[in-house]
Write a protein that binds this ligand. Structure first.
Ligand SMILES: *[C@@H]1O[C@H](CO)[C@@H](O)[C@H](O)[C@H]1NC(C)=O
Ligand SMILES: *[C@@H]1O[C@H](CO)[C@@H](O)[C@H](O)[C@H]1NC(C)=O
Length: 307
């Protein structure tokens, strides 16, 4: 049986809802919404977020009809989500430069590395769409304040450098022998990460409503404005959970500490995409999505034929 999901002008609002909702979702999880036009945009910390691409891929598939995900090769390496300037105990800032545009040509020399390590698993969109989003939303705020991050090239190169120096793969291998394919307690994961980084980190789970499992999704480590390691204490959006009998007393997380956390080694097979033919056509439009923000957003249209 074939049915088609086709975006046509008449249903433009419906079509826009899917890609847009993903970023709204990300916005709420990052907890950094637009603060408005007040200058300067202050922040205390840079959150360096690494994601587990297998979970990110699974999440993307699960959260919308026609969502197509793709994994890096190899799939079992932690990849970069972003560097997010963050003010303690509050939100944002985000989208600090309304006149900024994303210029892919500034990344030519590191583009291959970005494709390998700063991976867009959302294959309904072009590879660079994640970089564009991260730069406009977060990079522009870092750029205002931190000289070492004040161009696209510097911002993305810093992410690559931090991944090399602070990868979660290394943390898990060195201090916990934590491997994909198994369940771990939040305490175990947090202890491994704390022992390796020497700082409080944040651990993010994706809750799969079909299997009722929580999957390890992201690890966030923090830096101060001098780019030195810092505790993530004070970041908003995840709770500080008390863990009795743990060497490290608390952990910043949205995971349920009472249940195991699955660290998946493959995207579940029954979720394999049923897409047999993809005709993706990208168009970009600019809209004023919010009268107050005069915020430019881009949307991609995608036509997908599924079995
Ligand atoms: C904002 O972005 C524009 C375009 O890239 C740039 O010319 C300008 O210097 C930026 N403003 C600030 C405050 O960084
Ligand atoms: C992980 O824990 C869940 C929930 O208890 C369980 O259903 C699953 O079989 C476990 N997986 C492994 C690999 O142990």
């Amino acid at each position: 049986m074939l049915f088609r999901i086709v975006c046509v002008a008449f249903f433009i609002q419906l079509c826009l809802a899917a890609p847009n909702s993903r970023y709204d979702d990300e916005d709420s999880r990052e907890n950094s919404v637009n603060e408005g036009v007040d200058q300067p945009h202050q922040f205390d910390l840079l959150i360096f977020t690494q994601r587990w691409p297998i979970t990110a891929c699974h999440e993307w598939r699960e959260t919308g009809k026609g969502h197509i995900c793709g994994l890096p090769t190899p799939a079992t390496v932690w990849t970069i989500h972003g560097i997010w300037p963050t003010k303690r105990n509050t939100i944002g800032p985000a989208f600090c430069n309304k006149s900024a545009i994303f210029d892919l040509s500034q990344l030519t020399t590191i583009e291959q590395q970005l494709e390998d390590h700063w991976v867009n698993v959302e294959k309904n969109k072009p590879d660079y769409s994640l970089w564009e989003h991260e730069w406009l939303k977060h990079g522009t705020c870092a750029a205002e304040v931190i000289d070492q991050l004040n161009t696209e090239s510097k911002y993305f190169s810093q992410g690559l450098a931090w991944l090399e120096q602070h990868s979660v793969n290394a943390a898990f291998a060195s201090s916990g022998d934590i491997r994909p394919g198994y369940n771990y307690s939040l305490t175990t994961l947090n202890k491994a990460l704390f022992d390796y980084y020497g700082k409080n980190v944040a651990i993010e789970c994706f809750y799969d409503h079909k299997t009722h499992q929580q999957l390890l999704n992201e690890v966030r480590i923090c830096f101060d404005k001098q780019l030195q390691s810092a505790d993530c204490d004070g970041i908003v959006g995840m709770e500080r959970i008390a863990i009795p009998n743990a060497r490290v007393g608390t952990v910043i997380s949205n995971c349920n500490a009472a249940n195991p956390i699955f660290y998946p080694d493959t995207v579940p097979k029954d979720m394999a995409p049923k897409v047999i033919d993809i005709k993706a056509k990208y168009e970009t439009i600019s809209t004023v999505s919010d009268e107050q923000d005069k915020q430019q957003e881009t949307y991609e249209f995608v036509e997908v034929i599924v079995v």
